[in-house]
Design a protein around this ligand. Structure first.
Ligand SMILES: *Cc1c(COP(=O)(O)O)cnc(C)c1O
Length: 394
């Protein structure tokens, strides 16, 4: 019940035990096309260039940023938690001219603050995290696409922690590039990064293709600023996933099967249904934790649906409580990073774990462990408060 990775859906694990097939086997390429279609539905986009990057979510982030940004290109990164710092760091390594704005952890930016920075910096790319699991709040994205268009910037979003469990609309919100992973709301393992690119973003990347098709490995220096990665060169990855099937890497077959099953499970449930399921169980967990005397952390109006942050009470050893949850009940909860390490716990209710039994069992266990740690809480208060949320929703 941590902030991810979470318990994988057993259907995903079964799908991943299927036999491998050759990378140009018609069944394999058919499955790649099917996965592109499924993730267009998940991202709610018409983008042709919607596919998987082989690697964890960070591979998707880096593939997007290193493919969009040439050395010296200006990028604006609003930072409101750990993953904003990660975006900035990746952009710096790509040689970009990185400008950041920061707000206190637990808060988000107003549209005005972002617009002011856009007009100041005039970046090629605005790179922003949607839900930053380190603080459990999500930056509202509606409106940012329009701002970016007005200022001639591309909008990149890290949707790793939110996709599938929080409202996310790529085309309607005019997001140019979004990247994700499987191990949060999609209920799979880490190791595959669904990504989507708008035509505007694709045009930027195609213009950077450095060498003629087919002789890329010869390292011919033609275009001014080739993409500074081979493995994460989105131009080559687009070609590999296109009907031309130009060889790049060998698609990670087992992850492809897993990613396909994650999307199928989500779409069978329905996106809106999954968003509200995450919201319901997140609310029940928050109500339960509050009833146990744990104050919620961060701006409640911007809370992610799928992870609850609560303050660790004074006099309670946070790591000892997490240890007892794991040792005595087999339940994992998280702390956080940087300024929030040891200050908050993060309890996830996402993907396969956004379930009534998982929420109630976690609250019952947490109460028992907290009382043994000397934190006063009335017996049954957490579970009762969660039941109340479920009762009201029934
Ligand atoms: C969890 C998370 C990641 C994780 O990246 P991995 O490479 O899969 O570990 C990235 N971004 C955000 C916002 C996250 O919450």
């Amino acid at each position: 019940m941590g902030p991810g990775p979470i318990t994988a859906d057993p259907r995903v694990l079964r799908a991943m035990s299927a036999q491998l097939v050759g990378q140009y086997d018609p069944w394999m390429t058919g499955t790649m096309n099917e996965v592109m279609g499924l993730y267009r539905e998940v991202f709610i986009t018409e983008n042709q260039q919607t596919m998987l990057v082989d690697g964890t979510s960070r591979a998707g982030i880096e593939a997007a940023l290193v493919s969009l940004l040439a050395p010296g290109d200006r990028v604006l990164v609003p930072i409101f938690g750990r993953f904003g710092h990660l975006l900035a760091e990746i952009c710096r390594r790509a040689g970009a001219d990185v400008h950041t704005i920061e707000t206190e952890w637990g808060q988000v930016f107003t549209e005005d603050a972002i617009e002011a920075a856009l007009s100041d910096v005039q970046p090629k790319v605005l790179a922003v995290v949607h839900g930053d699991t380190s603080t459990t709040v999500a930056q509202p994205l509606e409106g940012l696409g329009e701002l970016c268009e007005r200022h001639g910037a591309l909008l990149y979003v890290d949707a790793t922690a939110t996709l599938g469990g929080n409202e996310f609309r790529t085309d309607e919100w005019r997001i140019d590039v979004a990247t994700a992973g499987l191990q949060k709301c999609l209920g799979g393992p880490s190791g595959s990064a669904p990504v989507t690119f708008s035509e505007r973003a694709v045009a930027v990347i195609e213009a950077r293709k450095s060498v003629e098709e087919g002789i890329r490995d010869e390292g011919d220096p033609v275009a001014a600023e080739p993409i500074r990665s081979n493995y994460l060169d989105m131009g080559q990855i687009f070609d590999y996933w296109s009907e031309r099937r130009l060889n790049h890497h060998t698609e990670a077959t087992t992850m492809l099967f897993g990613a396909r099953e994650c999307a199928r499970i989500l779409l069978e449930e329905g996106l809106a249904e999954s968003w509200s399921r995450h919201q319901l169980h997140g609310r029940a967990m928050l109500a339960g934790a509050s009833a146990l005397g744990l104050p919620p952390f961060g701006a409640l109006a911007y809370k992610m649906t799928n992870v609850v942050g609560v303050e660790i009470p004074d006099g309670v050893n946070g790591d000892a409580v997490r240890g007892a949850m794991l040792e005595d009940f087999g339940i994992e909860i998280g702390t956080s990073f940087g300024p929030l390490h040891g200050r908050i716990w993060r309890i996830g209710t996402m993907g396969y774990n956004a379930r009534t039994d998982a929420v109630l069992t976690t609250l019952a266990a947490l109460e028992a462990v907290l009382r043994r740690a000397g934190h006063p809480c009335s017996p049954g208060a957490g579970v009762d408060a969660a039941y109340e949320v479920y009762g009201a929703a029934a």
